[in-house]
Design a protein around this ligand. Structure first.
Ligand code: UDP
Length: 473
């Protein structure tokens, strides 16, 4: 029987926060494009952010569906504005998920590791449904995290800012204690849910981090399929413009602004779906941008003042925005930006990023060199991959890990911002080298999904599930 008459049925159970839901939706769409039957499990409220792209896929003949879980009365989970932090409780979905699995018995379920109860709940059903984990991270950060946990090099140094080398890795990677997560609970959950799983799907591609893919599989013992960058499966403008949620600026305005700029001249600045910067930090960025005199698009997330309340005004120098708008030097987006559309535009020549894994891969896929400004999660590891292993970025000089629920503060001064922007965008020899390297890696990313290593891994997983169907009819 071929895959069309009886396709492999894959369930996808995304988490509710932006940096996790967005790639898992792409993942489900990618497997449907490769001939699987994909079903995305979500709540009625959360499907609103992606149902249009699923409808478009259905219209082009892909077998992709949405299955909503019924929440108990008077129970609600995270907002749909993409800003749910990793500690958001989703356990009210446990019973509806179990009933669905008992009823449907798909050929596999891919679940996000942030549903912390899901691994046990699925395993305890004893249904012989392969459970596949999605962590949202790449191999490099997984390897760095594992070896720090195992060898504890951070306990051998005398201060939070004294560098240590992460033991056992293919490259010499130095970090400081100040850059490591303060809370390790999420890491423990990740490891636990990977322990008894059928395998891990990784949003990355082999050629990006070959030594770490091998390390992740052979030394750390993971069965893994590298199937990314999944963002490359957004092929039409509507999918790119509405990915995650509809942008706060319409795509035509942003594209015509970008069209008016010289190739590689614009710096795109964004700190992801959870960005909460202090007003003092935003001021430093604004002054740094003024001094660097480089065209920019700056996505400003939520602005917080000292008491943790959202602050709406007075976080820019007086007259800054008016001046930038009039001179068409800079565009400030309050809220959500169509990131893929911006990054792939030929006028964009640099990306100042918080090094979230999706943003990192999206920058990589578009061949854009970066200024790295990690803040939280595994972002300090991703920075090391970008600057020390791939050598496609400059560090802004961020030193301290901060949790989503800690008070944001000004960590990087205007001089550092100016220096990093001039280094990357100023056309110097080093910057040209990084741009060329980024372009080459971007081309490798596209080849990986268009018949290359990532395509082959995705097909291999579908085949493995198909073979199980034959032996367990
Ligand atoms: N994103 C976007 N527009 C925004 C902010 C974020 O499209 O204004 C998308 C971005 O393209 C990426 C995701 O949201 O796919 C953020 O994920 P990432 O891992 O970079 O960071 P996180 O939000 O998890 O910190």
């Amino acid at each position: 029987m071929d895959s069309k008459s009886h396709p492999v049925e894959m369930f996808f159970f995304p988490y509710v926060g932006g940096g996790h839901q967005i790639p898992m939706i792409d993942l489900a769409r990618m497997f449907a494009a490769h001939g699987a039957k994909s079903t995305i499990i979500s709540t009625a409220k959360h499907t609103l952010s992606f149902q249009k792209s699923i409808l478009r896929d259905q219209q082009s003949g892909h077998q992709i569906f949405i299955q909503t879980l019924q929440l108990p009365d008077n129970v609600d989970i995270a907002d749909t504005d993409m800003s749910a932090p990793p500690q958001t409780d989703t356990s009210m979905l446990q019973e509806p998920l179990k009933s669905l699995l008992l009823q449907c018995q798909p050929d596999c379920i891919v679940h996000d590791v942030f549903h912390r109860w899901a691994a046990d709940a699925i395993d305890n059903l004893e249904l012989d449904i392969p459970r596949i984990v999605f962590t949202g991270n790449g191999c490099f950060s997984n390897c760095a995290r594992e070896n720090i946990t195992k060898f504890k090099p951070d306990e051998m140094v005398g201060s939070d800012y004294e560098p240590f080398v992460v033991p056992g890795l293919p490259d010499r990677i130095e970090l400081t204690r100040s850059q490591l997560p303060v809370f390790r609970v999420i890491q423990q959950h990740m490891r636990k849910s990977q322990e008894k799983c059928f395998g891990v799907v990784v949003n990355s591609f082999y050629e990006l981090e070959p030594a770490y893919v091998e390390y992740f599989k052979k030394e750390l013992g993971n069965k893994a399929w590298l199937i990314g960058p999944v963002s490359l499966y957004n092929r039409n403008i509507a999918d790119k413009a509405e990915r995650g949620k509809k942008g706060s600026i319409d795509e035509q305005s942003i594209l015509s602004w970008l069209d008016s700029k010289e190739p590689h001249s614009v710096l795109y600045i964004s700190f992801g779906s959870l960005a909460r910067l202090a007003p003092e930090q935003l001021l430093e960025i604004a002054y740094g941008l003024l001094a660097s005199n480089q065209p920019f698009i700056w996505v400003v997330g939520k602005v917080f003042k000292a008491n943790g309340k959202e602050k709406l005004e007075n976080w820019l120098p007086r007259g800054f925005e008016e001046e930038m708008t009039e001179s068409r030097k800079g565009l400030i987006i309050r809220g959500w930006a169509p990131q893929l559309l911006i990054l792939e535009h030929s006028s964009v020549g640099g990306f100042m990023t918080h090094c979230g894994w999706n943003s990192t891969l999206e920058g990589v896929s578009c061949g854009v060199p970066m200024i790295t400004w990690p803040m939280s999660a595994e972002q300090f590891y991703n920075e090391k991959l970008i600057t020390d292993v791939l050598k496609i970025g400059f560090k802004v000089g961020s030193l301290d890990w901060l949790s989503w629920n800690m008070e944001p503060r000004a960590a990087v001064g205007r001089d550092k911002v100016e220096e990093a922007v001039k280094r990357l965008m100023g056309g110097g020899e080093e910057a040209v080298e990084k741009r060329n390297k980024a372009r080459q890696i971007g081309e490798m990313a596209k080849r990986a999904v268009e018949g290359g290593s990532s395509y082959k891994d995705a097909i291999a997983l579908i085949k493995e599930l198909k073979d199980r169907q034959k032996t367990n009819p």
